[in-house]
Every structure is written in structure tokens, then in C-alpha cells.
Design a protein around this ligand. Structure first.
Ligand code: SF4
Ligand code: SF4
Length: 307
């Protein structure tokens, strides 16, 4: 494959999520020729399952290594960097030398139990504070970093803070963007990265610091089963035809772009596969009991649309 073909594939992926509004193919070529200064990039895992990195590294159609190495200067990524042990902590200790730096955090920050998440002999609270202070922008990758997610479900004792909350708690004044999804959608991160490369700013955000481009509408508004909902044809069990509302579908309250940008190169989403949306990008995810959404009292108060 020629370099131009690789770039065309890359452009196809970012255009599919709306990047043509600010990025032309010529821009991509210019960036590839080194006509921009590459930002530095540090990616850390807080308390997380690594699912967001796994999702990002497995994006369809393009090579993440290509993107990260051609368009950014990767200081550290836990899954792709060769550095280990002191090499890593030495790199991160020098954070203030990295100008124009993008800091990406996956997972939350356990402030009530700092030793639950350590790098070297220092807790994540130390590293996040250090890197956020130096960053030009901070990106919360996935629901745990954005809203607490699974790491903040009932019974957790680690006192997890989101990236935005931690930064404000430490009095650090840096722009933060939330990309909730469990796991994070790689295309949304690429959109934000290219937006930053081109404009040196973040795209327009809503009050939850999410890009309006992806999070302005609920799943319900664009759902392929919406017609069943309107006709009040409801599924009684998994596998039935009909709207999945009475099986606990959280699409009614969950803002996300799944109906037009599904997982794995838009191969499928939960509802199309026959399962209710579990609201993985929602602020209240995973609620009290993750999958059995119909028994959960809290979100039901938000379900006024049908009562
Ligand atoms: S309740 Fe769920 S399945 Fe039914 S229309 Fe809304 S989003 Fe689709
Ligand atoms: S349909 Fe719902 S649970 Fe499924 S990926 Fe989208 S927001 Fe997450």
C-alpha cells in the first residue's frame, strides 16, 4: 500500500465521523509532510480495564501506530511504548519539558485509596496532577475517566474521581474533554486529535464537556426501533421484534452517536444486535445493577417520556 493510499484510508475514517467540516485531504497531506509541529502525547491508565486502549488500538481501516507516530510525538503509552520501569517514570518526571502536550487518561483516579493505582513508587494522583499541569489539553478516554463508570459502581471503596473533577479539585485550570463510552470509540478520539492538530483548540462541548458533534442526541431519537416505540410495539423478551424499552433500554436517556457510528467500523450496536442499550456512555452508568436496568429506580425518574 502506498503512503497516499494509507492517508486516504485515514481520511475516510475521520470523515465518516464528521472531520471534513474542518479537515481537508490536503491538510492531512500537509501534516504528513511535517508542515505542522507535532504535539507531544502522554497516555496513562488510571483504575481501568484497559478496554479503551484496546478499542483504540484495534480501530478498523487505519493503523494507530501510524497515526500516533506520524502526527504526534508519543512520550508514553502503556501498551505500545517499549520503555519500562525507571525509563517510564524518568520520562514522566520530565513532563514540564514537553511543550504543546496532549494528556490522555483512561480510567479514574482513586483518591481514597491512592495505592490502588501506582506507577513506580508514586500513586496515580501524583502523575495525573503533574501531567495535567503541563498539558495543553486533557482528554478523558472512556466512561470511567469521564464519569466514573464501572470503577465508581456501588460498593467501590477507592473513591474514584473523574479527570475533570480531579483537575478542578487540584485547582488546575486546563481544558478537559470527555469521551464517554465503555469502551471509548476510537473514531471519536481521532476526530478530537485531528481537530486539535488543525485548530489547536477543542471542538464545541456540552455542559458535560462532551463534543456536541457526538453527544447532542439520544440513541432513542435516531434508533432503528423508534418506529416500534411510536406504534407501542414492545419486545417482551430478548430476541422479540419491537422496541426494547420494557427490557430496560437506556437509549431514551443516553446521548451518543451509536445509530450512525456503531462499533467496529459501524458493524453493529447493542440495539441492532437485539440487546437494550445499557447506557454505557451515560453519566449514571453502570447504575446500581449494570445490566438489569428495569429494576433500577434512579434512571426511571428520567424516563418521563413514556410515563
Ligand atoms: S427505547 Fe430503546 S429500543 Fe426503544 S426506540 Fe428507544 S432507544 Fe430504541
Ligand atoms: S447503544 Fe448504548 S450501550 Fe450500546 S454502545 Fe451505544 S451507548 Fe453504549
Amino acid at each position: 500500500m502506498t503512503r497516499r493510499e494509507i492517508l486516504k484510508n485515514m481520511y475516510k475514517v475521520v470523515v465518516a465521523v464528521g472531520a471534513s467540516s474542518f479537515l481537508s485531504f490536503d491538510d492531512l497531506l500537509a501534516m504528513d509532510r511535517g508542515e505542522i509541529t507535532k504535539p507531544n502525547l502522554v497516555w496513562l491508565h488510571g483504575t481501568s480495564c484497559s478496554g479503551c486502549s484496546t478499542s483504540f488500538l484495534n480501530i478498523e481501516g487505519v493503523s494507530v501506530v501510524d497515526i500516533l507516530t506520524e502526527y504526534t510525538n508519543v512520550i508514553f503509552h502503556p501498551d505500545i511504548s517499549l520503555a519500562t520501569g525507571h525509563q517510564v517514570t524518568d520520562l514522566l518526571e520530565r513532563a514540564n519539558e514537553y511543550k504543546d502536550s496532549i494528556f490522555i487518561l483512561e480510567g479514574s483516579i482513586p483518591i481514597a485509596m491512592p495505592h490502588a493505582c501506582m506507577m513506580g513508587d508514586k500513586p496515580m494522583t501524583y502523575w495525573v496532577e503533574k501531567l495535567a499541569k503541563n498539558a495543553s489539553v486533557c482528554i478523558a478516554a472512556g466512561t470511567c475517566a469521564s464519569f466514573g463508570g464501572i470503577t465508581d459502581m456501588d460498593g467501590m471503596i477507592t473513591g474514584p474521581k473523574t479527570l475533570a473533577d480531579f483537575i478542578s479539585y487540584k485547582g488546575i485550570n486546563k481544558p478537559v474533554i470527555n469521551l464517554p463510552n465503555c469502551p471509548m470509540k476510537p473514531e471519536q478520539l481521532l476526530y478530537v486529535l485531528f481537530y486539535y492538530l488543525k485548530t489547536k483548540s477543542l471542538p464545541e462541548l456540552d455542559k458535560e464537556k462532551r463534543p456536541i458533534r457526538f453527544f447532542s442526541k439520544t440513541i432513542h431519537e435516531r434508533c432503528t426501533r423508534h418506529d416500534y416505540f411510536t406504534r407501542k410495539k414492545f419486545a417482551k423478551k430478548i430476541g422479540d421484534e419491537g422496541c426494547l424499552y420494557y427490557l430496560g433500554c437506556q437509549g431514551i436517556v443516553t446521548k451518543n452517536d451509536c445509530p450512525i457510528n456503531g462499533h467496529n467500523d459501524n458493524t453493529n450496536i447493542c440495539i441492532k444486535a437485539g440487546h437494550p442499550c445499557i447506557g454505557c456512555a451515560d453519566k449514571y452508568f453502570p447504575r446500581k445493577i449494570m445490566l438489569h436496568t428495569y429494576d433500577d429506580k434512579r434512571p426511571n425518574e428520567r424516563f418521563k417520556i413514556i410515563s
